[in-house]
Write a protein that binds this ligand. Structure first.
Ligand code: KIV
Length: 278
């Protein structure tokens, strides 16, 4: 399978072929997603919620992101991998953004980075692109700053905020972002934005008109039962299946039925002799 690139994603938008994006945080899931021909693997900072046990994405560090992004790269060497820049790694200055993004590319082998924000980060995006870094934007509900938005709420429901989001999307595209995530916005606004920018829009809770869709893999597989947003489609509910298997392991170990002879190693030599020898 040929490694996909930014030009492919632009061509897919033009050809109205949908782009699939899923999050990955480790090598085994990354290998699986790539084998299933998922177009983009996003090492999201949702890592904080679904893997590291934080209450939000805010505490996630650069070191944690690089650790998991490297694992994803090792598990899927031929995939297009995007590393999510954690809170505090790009807001202070374009120089910090470039230095931290460079770590994603050099140390973790990512192909691109994603960062949250609208007009306030356009200069940073422009500087990053000029420095040779491929940038995916992320507007609408931006979880790193959800508290400033009044919580995890749909964005752009009224004319004023919809107009602002359209301006942000245009600003990011003009700054050189190669694509952008639209999170939790009305379908009609996502459609308007998708028609108004030349780069692909990737929706999550943004309806069917985006150029592509992204989901958190743990949500799609039903492995994260703490909270499931209404826009998530749980394609399979693995949590009960996993719990049932774990309960059987517990029971079999406790009753002595696992491991049995078929799950143990034997030898022709009578090793009991070592007791007498020693
Ligand atoms: O962190 C993440 O997983 C994301 C996607 C949900 C877009 O930002």
């Amino acid at each position: 399978m040929k490694k996909k690139n930014i030009q492919d994603f632009l061509a897919m938008k033009k050809a109205q072929e949908k782009i699939t994006v899923l999050t990955a945080y480790d090598a085994s899931i990354a290998g699986l997603l790539h084998a299933c021909d998922v177009d983009v693997l996003l090492v999201g900072d949702s890592l904080g919620n679904v893997v590291l046990g934080y209450d939000s994405t805010v505490p996630v560090t650069m070191e944690e992101m690089l650790h998991h992004a490297s694992a994803v790269r090792r598990g899927a060497p031929g995939a297009f991998v995007v590393g999510d820049m954690p809170f505090g790694s790009y807001q202070s200055a374009p120089r910090d953004a470039i230095l931290n993004a460079t770590r994603f590319l050099k140390e973790a082998g990512c192909d691109a980075v994603k960062l949250e924000g609208g007009l306030e980060i356009c200069d940073t995006v422009r500087a990053m692109v000029r420095a040779g870094i491929s940038v995916m934007g992320h507007i609408g509900l931006t979880p790193q700053t959800a508290m400033q938005l009044g919580g995890y709420k749909v964005q752009g429901r009224d004319v004023e905020s919809a107009r602002r989001l359209l301006a942000e999307a245009k600003g990011l595209a003009e700054a050189g972002a190669f694509s952008m995530v639209l999170e939790c916005v009305p379908s009609q606004l996502a459609e308007i934005i998708t028609e108004s920018v030349s780069v692909p829009t990737i929706g999550i809770g943004a309806g069917p008109h985006c150029d592509g869709q992204v989901l958190v893999i743990n949500d799609l597989l039903g492995m994260f039962d703490k909270y499931t947003p209404s826009f998530v489609k749980v394609y399979t509910n693995l949590a009960p299946i996993m719990k049932e298997s774990i309960a059987r392991f517990n029971a079999e170990v406790r009753s002595g039925t696992y491991p049995d002879a078929t799950h143990s190693f034997s030898t022709q030599t009578d090793l009991r002799t070592i007791v007498k020898d020693s």
